[in-house]
Design a protein around this ligand. Structure first.
Ligand SMILES: Cc1cc2nc3c(=O)[nH]c(=O)nc-3n(C[C@H](O)[C@H](O)[C@H](O)COP(=O)(O)OP(=O)(O)OC[C@H]3O[C@@H](n4cnc5c(N)ncnc54)[C@H](O)[C@@H]3O)c2cc1C
Length: 427
């Protein structure tokens, strides 16, 4: 089949490799002038620090300058292409971001993917052609010039870390301070001597709070967890933990549900991102509603358009790189007819059952693609589809340990975890 892949980040590269291996003809559309997506560090920040202005020039990467991976390289490689150490590279288990970009460039080179990429080609429209058989038109724009091309299938790999999601706080219209989303954080210097309130407790909040605390007067972490009591964080003299924010006031104060309050200069949102597919025209078959992309069977196929339209990299959390490999293999085999998908009705019923279960468990809609608890069940299910064994239990244990380190705000886990020892025991 002739297949269009949208995006040359880690996901698009993997999808292209698997499609090519399966004998499909692949074109990768990439709007930037190099591959790597998120992993191409960009010192620029957007004009709107919250990243909400629809007219802003979007900066793709959310990397901050000092970023090191939040997973060890052992959990970021592919089944047949480990994320190894190179001469003169950062050989640490949790390397700096440049190392991931190097890895992706090596991967693209070794599988001849570079020649499949159309750089500077932004996809502006993807639409099914009403021809009775699966055919898609992909309209792209390069240097202001539009062109259309027809494909039998489209794999969407445009990433989901460029459209910030923020919390709307009661009283925020009158609160006089500055608001920033982690998407627009690069260095701590702008926060010199400030009081910063940071919302979120994921890996970005973990890293950025500690970095900002080296120059700021105080950093106050606000978490959604109901049982957080106001307290100082570990050995940090100027980082505090609080519960959820109750409201913010015109005098610059911020009140927390735990009864405490502070006067802050900046509210920092480490609150994740929104899915966005501005190019996709499916007559309402695929929609994004409160961050639910749906309906998607197993986060990959919209049942009514499967397998000719698919998405890679939608799940949040989990082992991103290994997951994208499994999803890509599944798509490539489904397109070549090696693997049959369930009927449209069965896939839709599965999606509905998932939504119903979420509702019964009180899980909000915007968590539809957050893997629960961290995605091993899903990962093993995908492995079974493509004939691979489940992930080794000891790797799963390693991942759990890491998650617990971040949740419990344990300092210095990257350098303290004895990953090499854990790896030696993995068969
Ligand atoms: C701050 C941060 C730290 C992270 N750290 C880790 C980590 O340590 N380990 C880990 O495994 N994961 C980490 N992740 C998750 C990371 O997103 C994934 O590792 C992975 O890079 C996602 O790849 P992607 O290809 O799906 O998306 P992206 O990397 O965003 O790539 C998408 C590509 O699509 C292109 N594109 C978008 N729209 C269009 C269009 N219309 N036309 C053409 N091209 C288009 C973009 O230019 C981009 O190149 C981190 C994410 C963030 C934000």
């Amino acid at each position: 089949m002739k297949v269009a892949v949208i995006g040359a980040g880690a996901t698009g590269l993997m999808a292209a490799r698997e499609l090519q291996r399966e004998g499909h003809r692949v074109v990768i559309f990439e709007k930037e002038d190099q591959l790597g997506g998120t992993w191409v560090y960009d010192p620029r920040v957007e004009t709107d620090p919250l990243g909400l202005d629809p007219n802003r020039e979007v900066v793709i990467s959310s990397l901050y300058f000092s970023l090191r991976t939040n997973l060890p390289r052992h959990l970021m490689g592919f089944s047949d292409y480990p994320f190894g150490v190179t001469d003169n590279g950062d050989s640490r288990n949790f390397p700096r971001h440049e190392e991931v970009l190097r890895f992706l460039n090596d991967f693209a080179r070794d599988f001849g993917l570079g020649e499949l990429i159309r750089f500077g080609a932004e996809v502006v429209r993807v639409e099914q052609v009403d021809s009775g058989k699966d055919q898609w038109v992909v309209e792209s724009r390069t240097s202001g010039v539009s062109s259309e091309e027809f494909f039998e299938a489209v794999v969407v790999c445009n990433g989901h870390h460029a459209e910030p999601r923020v919390v709307i706080l009661p009283g925020i219209e009158k609160w006089p301070g500055r608001q920033v989303h982690s998407h627009n954080y690069r260095h701590p210097e702008p926060y010199q001597n400030q009081v910063v309130v940071m919302i979120g407790n994921g890996p970005s909040a973990y890293d950025i709070s500690r970095e900002i605390a080296t120059v700021a007067k105080e950093v106050h972490l606000s978490s959604r967890s109901p049982d957080v009591k106001v307290s100082r964080l570990g050995n940090h003299h100027n980082i505090w933990q609080h519960s959820k924010i109750l409201c913010v006031c015109e005098d610059g104060s911020i009140a927390f549900q735990d009864g405490s309050s502070v006067h802050a200069d900046t509210i920092f949102h480490c609150t994740g991102y929104k899915y966005n597919f501005p190019f996709l025209r499916t007559n309402g078959i695929v929609t994004v509603d409160d961050n639910r992309v749906g309906p998607l069977y197993k986060d990959v196929f919209p049942p009514k358009l499967a397998p000719s339209l698919s998405f890679v990299g939608i799940p949040n959390r989990g082992l991103v790189f290994p997951l994208m490999e499994l999803q890509s293999k599944w798509i490539a085999s489904a397109l070549s007819g090696k693997l049959l998908l369930p009927s449209v009705e069965e896939m839709l019923a599965e999606v509905e059952a998932h939504y119903k279960q979420m509702e019964e468990n009180g899980i909000p809609k915007y968590h539809t693609h957050v893997l629960d608890p961290i995605g091993f069940e899903y990962q093993d299910w995908l492995s079974a589809q493509v004939g691979l064994p489940p992930l080794d239990k000891r790797l799963k244990d390693m991942f759990w340990q890491l998650i617990m380190c971040v949740i419990s705000q344990k300092d210095g886990y990257r350098d303290e975890m004895d990953i090499d020892n854990l790896m030696r025991s993995v068969t």
